[in-house]
Design a protein. Structure first.
Length: 200
């Protein structure tokens, strides 16, 4: 049974799925329809929303110690082979996961204690886009062994007006367990580099 997380909530992945080794992190979103719709709503003025999902691999000091510890559309595979980004979705069109990241927990190097899942809107300044224009946004974790959804965190709406980047969730080591925390913190950034700078 899926656990629907609230902002700030934490769960133990090890307890929810004993023996868990591989997980899929899926990100999905829809572009909110403009009021009025009609011909111009459907065909005029709008640009695709390109949301980019990334994983920041942090050390015990919650810092990025190596630029190669950033997995994103420009670096789809972590050097350890433990994290693989399935590729960039430029529009968010279609149902289900728009971007997918596969994580092999036993392969994560011991020096990495926390995976931070972030998303930012590509070219947000020029396109004048922010998260208030996004709806049905979610992040979810799936056990790859049986394809069962473990946890889901849904977020979107006016509370993120003006925000162009977001920390969605974290997966982190606690003693011998892997845990997940729903974060949902938005911020104003021009791109991924601005998010990375906060962990450098």
């Amino acid at each position: 049974m899926t656990i629907t997380l609230q902002k700030g909530q934490r769960i133990s992945l090890s307890k929810e799925a004993p023996g868990l080794t591989q997980i899929t992190c899926g990100l999905g979103w829809d572009v909110a329809e403009k009021p009025g719709g009609g011909f111009f709503g459907a065909f005029g003025g709008g640009q695709d929303f390109d949301l980019d999902a990334s994983v920041l691999c942090l050390d015990s000091n919650k810092r990025i110690s190596d630029i190669k510890d950033i997995v994103y559309f420009g670096n789809l595979k972590h050097q350890s082979g433990s994290i693989i980004h399935q590729g960039d979705n430029l529009t968010g069109a279609g149902d289900g996961d728009d971007e997918v990241i596969v994580v092999d927990l036993p392969k994560i190097p011991a020096r990495i204690t926390r995976l931070v899942f972030v998303v930012n809107i590509y070219d947000c300044v020029q396109r004048k886009q922010d998260f208030s224009q996004i709806e049905n946004a979610f992040v979810r974790l799936v056990n790859r062994a049986n394809n069962k959804e473990l946890a889901r965190y849904e977020l979107s709406g006016n509370s993120y007006a003006g925000m162009t980047g977001m920390t969605l969730a974290e997966i982190y080591r606690h003693d011998d367990e892997w845990k997940m925390a729903a974060i949902g913190n938005g911020f104003k950034v021009e791109g991924l580099k601005d998010i990375v700078a906060t962990y450098s």
